[in-house]
Design a protein around this ligand. Structure first.
Ligand code: BES
Ligand code: ZN
Ligand code: ZN
Length: 465
């Protein structure tokens, strides 16, 4: 379904009803005959009235996003081309655009029978002056989210570290971004031996990907770091068969940072953005790293490996060091499908947010984006859990509790003192991938954190320089 801001005379009207607005007596009688009671998510199409009725609980963004997802899916099954909706409040634009664009996404790359594009159009109408710009901006973010979804959904044999690097190069070309790729040798030369160990047993060797969007006089500089495990078998601490399935999604953090820089460059925001991706495949062969190995990260910290399945933090450790060395920025955010423990703590719909700065965490939790975030607190006792008897730190906690936080505290060892309050870690293990649809998410990758960050960076771009 396409969204435009032009009017159409022949279009089917889309009308929203809450229980409160569902009052007009005649209409109510007629609609009730058809069993429509304006319940949340209820739909009714009346051809005689040339109208598609949608029931919703209220006019809140979270409600509208889900309702418009349902509408778009149902309309796609019908044989009409044009729909029109009069939008009363421009604050609902993103929710409606996201509902339609994200709700009708489907990944058919590997299907013999492709989904047919029926070329259905939703005409959004509103009299505000900058309406088409607002719609266009919302479309940019929604399309970038779908771009991330597709990268994550690609099968691992077709999206290995060098494929991911090629995707980044392609994006750099179309969006005029700077692009640097380090191969295995250069990664070794940079002394990123923690990341190197994780990726070296695969025939697809690791890559470090750096993209930069540089407007002329940026008001802020933001660094985005992504975990790009194009496959996580667990390594020698092999995952059980059922847990391994879906582990192509372990690159979701990396793909999200690509979606973010795509959105921000297309929105033309006055913020300099750098994405740093650690792309690697966690596999096994004779050269695989193993429990008991001790790795030296780029900043000299020694790490005792006690579980090769806690590999994401080993990759991020070096990439965080590299990113801080290369760019002086105001914010450092990392995105990773880092721990199953984050899902235990927050459920699978919520992004776990961790870091030292309460102010920054509050800024994130008060960014309305349609995505759920929950803050998980550090404390000095949890910090002791990753102590090692033989090295500076261990790559897993000594007890199975608080695993999302101990993973973040591990990363903290690679954040320079001056950057402590600029850094936040986002664990997207829960919401990055779903096998049952929820909200505007369909089967597979969700593009988690792209909307959140696009919104956040848009907000900071408006702050005083
Ligand atoms: N990629 C996984 C985390 C994950 C699990 C993401 C499920 C999405 C869904 C990560 O590399 C991992 O394996 N973490 C381990 C850490 C443990 C060994 C300390 C985990 O969460 O079990
Ligand atoms: Zn793992
Ligand atoms: Zn992983």
């Amino acid at each position: 379904m396409k969204i435009v801001t032009s009017k159409s005379k022949k279009a089917i009207n889309v009308i929203l009803h809450t229980q409160k607005t569902f009052k007009k007596e005649n209409e109510k009688k007629l609609l009730k005959e058809f069993g429509f009671e304006a319940k949340d998510g209820q739909t009714l199409f009346l051809q005689n009235e040339n109208t598609f009725f949608l029931g919703c609980e209220d006019f809140e963004n979270d409600t509208l996003r889900a309702v418009f997802s349902t509408f778009a899916k149902e309309a796609s099954k019908m044989n009409f081309k044009n729909y029109s909706f009069k939008l009363e409040d421009v604050k609902n634009i993103s929710a409606i655009v996201e509902g339609v664009v994200l709700g009708t996404y489907s990944f058919d790359y590997y299907k013999s029978e492709k989904n047919k594009d029926k070329n259905i159009i939703l005409h959004l109408e509103n009299s505000s002056k900058n309406f088409s710009k607002l719609v266009n901006d919302a479309l940019i973010v929604a399309n970038a989210t779908n771009y991330t979804r597709t990268l994550v959904n690609m099968a691992p044999q077709e999206m290995n570290p060098s494929d991911l690097a090629n995707e980044a190069k392609k994006l750099a070309k179309t969006n005029s971004l700077e692009c640097t790729i380090l191969d295995e040798k250069e990664i070794e030369k940079e002394k990123m031996m923690s990341m190197h160990a994780v990726g070296r047993a695969s025939i697809h060797k690791p890559r470090l990907i750096h993209l930069a969007y540089k407007p002329k006089n940026p008001s802020k500089v933001v660094t985005l770091v992504g975990k790009g495990l194009t496959y996580d078998s667990g390594g020698l601490s092999l995952k059980p068969a059922t847990s391994m399935v879906t582990m192509k999604m372990d690159k979701a953090g990396a793909c999200a940072t690509l979606g973010m820089i795509k959105a921000i460059s297309e929105l033309g925001l006055n913020v300099e953005v750098h994405t740093f991706i650690g792309a690697a495949e966690n596999m096994v062969d004779g050269s695989a790293y193993k429990p008991d190995d001790i790795l030296i990260a780029k900043n000299g910290v020694s790490i005792e490996v006690r579980n090769t399945d806690a590999e994401g933090r080993l990759v991020l450790a070096d990439v965080l060091c590299y990113a801080q060395e290369k760019v002086k920025s105001d914010y450092i955010f990392d995105f990773a499908t880092l721990t199953g423990a984050c899902m235990v703590a927050l459920g699978s719909y919520t992004i776990g947010v961790m870091g030292h700065s309460s102010k920054l965490k509050h800024q994130i939790s008060s960014t309305p984006s349609g995505e759920f975030t929950g803050s998980l607190p550090f404390n000095k006792h949890l910090k002791k859990m990753i102590k090692s008897d033989v090295a500076d730190i261990s790559n897993i906690g000594n007890r199975p509790y608080g695993g999302a936080i101990t993973a973040a505290l591990f990363l903290d060892n690679f954040i320079e003192e001056k950057n402590k309050n600029k850094w936040l870690h986002f664990d997207i293990a829960g919401p990055a991938y779903t096998e049952s649809p929820w909200d505007c998410n369909v089967f597979g990758a969700t593009g988690a954190s792209v909307r959140l960050m696009s919104k956040f960076i848009k907000n900071i771009s408006k702050e005083e320089i």
